[in-house]
Structure formats: C-alpha cells, structure tokens
Write a protein that binds this ligand. Sequence first.
Ligand code: ADP
Ligand code: MN
Ligand code: MN
Ligand code: MN
Length: 371
Amino acid sequence: MSVSHSSRLNKGVREQYMKLPQGGMAQVTYVWIDGTGEGVRCKTRTLDQEPKTIDEIPEWNFDGSSTYQAEGSNSDMYLVPVQMFRDPFCLDPNKLVMCEVLKYNRKSAETNLRHTCKKIMEMVGDHRPWFGMEQEYTLLGINGHPYGWPENGFPGPQGPYYCGVGADKVYGRDIVEAHYKACLYAGIKICGTNAEVMPSQWEFQVGPCEGIDMGDHLWMARFILHRVCEDFGVVATLDPKPMTGNWNGAGCHTNYSTESMRVEGGLKHIEDAIEKLGKRHDYHICVYDPRGGKDNSRRLTGQHETSSIHEFSAGVANRGASIRIPRQVGQEGYGYFEDRRPAANCDPYAVTEALVRTTILNETGSETKDY
Ligand code: ADP
Ligand code: MN
Ligand code: MN
Ligand code: MN
C-alpha cells in the first residue's frame, strides 16, 4: 500500500463536521519555514472575528526547539504575520497566513530569508521587478517510491509523459487539479500547470509577482501542495533529483523582468542583466539550493535539459543553457528571461534577492553588500 492511513479515513464523515457553523469566529493557520529552510510548519488559532487585513492578525509564537530553530535554552520564537490568504481547506472566513520567524531577541531566524529579501525589494521598487517561478515536484508514495511507478521496477523511458494524458502516461492528476483550485481560492497568483518529463513529476507556475510577493505566494503554494497531498495520502518532494539515472530532475526556473526589460528596446536591458549574471555564476549557484549548490550538483549535469553547474551559458530558446531568452521575447525585442538554474527546493526569497542584487544593484563577487 503506497497511500497513507489517514487518507483512507472516511471523508464523508469529515464533511458533516466541516459544515458546522463556527459562531462568527475565524480559524487562522500560521505557516512558517522551519530550520531546514525547506520544511513548512503550521499551527492554528481562533480569532474572535474574521481579520480583514494582515494588521488584524496578531503575532504569535512557537517552540523552536521542535523545528530545528531554537538557540540554546531560549526556545520561544516569534511568528510575525506578513501575508494573508483565504483558507481553501476550512473555507471562508478562515485564513492561512505566511509568517516571518524571529528569535527570542527579535533578530531573524537563520532560515528567515524573507527579512533581507524584503529590504532589497524595497530598495529597488522603482524598477518594478517581476518574477514567475515554475515549481517542479515529484509525487511519492509513503514508501518513498515515485507514486504510480511499478513496485519493483521502472516505467518505460521518458518521452510520452510530458504534458501527457491517459492512465498510462500521468499519475496523480487529482492532486494537481485539487492543488490548482485550492491555490486560486486562496488568492495565490498561480498561472498554470503541466505534467513533467519524468512520470509522477509535475509543475505549477506562480506569477508574475512583483518583489516580495513572489516568495510569499510560492511558499504558500508549496504549503497548499503538501496539505493537498496529505489528504490524498501521498507525498510531494522538492528534491532536485529524486531518481538517479536517465530521469529528469526537478527545478524551479525563475523568470524575471524589470520595467525597462518589458518595454520597447528591452532586449538590450535583458542582455545587460545576463552579462552581469555570467560574471557571478558561482554566487548564484550557491544561493539556488539550501545546501550551497550541493543538491543542485546532482541535477545540473548538462544532461536532461539542464546546463552544467560549472559553466554559465545563455541563449534564445535554449533549454540546455543556464539562462534562456524565450523565442517570443527574442522576436518581439522585449519581455523577460528565464534563469533555469534554481533547484526545486530553492528558497524563492533567496533566489529573487540574488537576481536583484546582481542585475539592479550591480553587485559582483561572492559577498553580498550591506545597505
Ligand atoms: P516554460 O516555457 O519555461 O515552461 P512556463 O510557461 O512554465 O515557461 O512559465 C513561464 C513563467 O514566466 C510563469 O511563471 C509566468 O508568470 C512568468 N512570466 C511571464 N511573463 C513574465 C514577465 N514579464 N516577467 C517575469 N515573469 C514572467
Ligand atoms: Mn514550465
Ligand atoms: Mn518544467
Ligand atoms: Mn521553464
């Protein structure tokens, strides 16, 4: 059996309770990034009335010693609400709220990369940086084996699965469709989805989002994905190379533009930005997965539609390059470009911040600057 026990509980019985009126109260689920920089955690409290804005949701706290986050004996950490979404699981008037994590001394937790990202995005607000991220992920049974794959063996080689239709081509579409609807309900700027090259691998896209919104929306979309998968009894992994061998890895291609790239003559600004990125490849690789490039080294081999982790390259319509300029952008002469290097398990706050530091703030070298 590859699906979890709790997914086999009677969902009809659950519905009876979910329909009960809740006396004007609102359930607010606080969501945060744990000490691994990859895991998301949540807990829920009751507010006396529906919060209308983020300012109406109070700070809260949690036990950081249980999330790999506490420092010594000071295990209380602060949860600071930063972006509110509708709750697609408990429905209106209930909320999901993305939070920043502060330590006992009110300094950012090590994995709270939003704090500096926000600062940088505010500095460059005039450039109106837009991002769109393509989140690839792989469905696993609770046995850790890709969902739908033969128990003892492998599916046929890659080819028929990408954007495929049919029971022998794609596995787990129920999850993908449920996640898509749940994100729309929540107010996530999800803009599309498709089946990927490896069977049981899927992608959804979020964007375009301006500035800090990219990280907030993608992290909440990931939370919703894990939560939907829990209902179906399977697991979504963001591991950048879940299966070794002739199977595609999972990335988080990051599409990026500034105001000047999006108007006539923009291609020149796109090329300028790519030139700056080419001179800072190592820094970006270091930021594009939670282990300083170690995770991504399993994926960026130069095969399976990736570039080599050791070399920077760019090209129009080239899916084997670090950076791709979409064909349409090359033809029209303005638009955006795609950085194909970020791993599926990257932190979008770190990725978007790095793009801005290099292309707008003109940083070079391996160090970041304090402003
Ligand atoms: P691909 O062809 O690489 O698979 P997708 O269609 O999966 O591309 O994703 C395209 C992404 O580009 C989406 O996330 C979308 O929001 C984003 N995007 C579109 N226009 C812009 C823009 N001007 N600036 C930044 N991102 C953009
Ligand atoms: Mn895509
Ligand atoms: Mn893809
Ligand atoms: Mn892409």
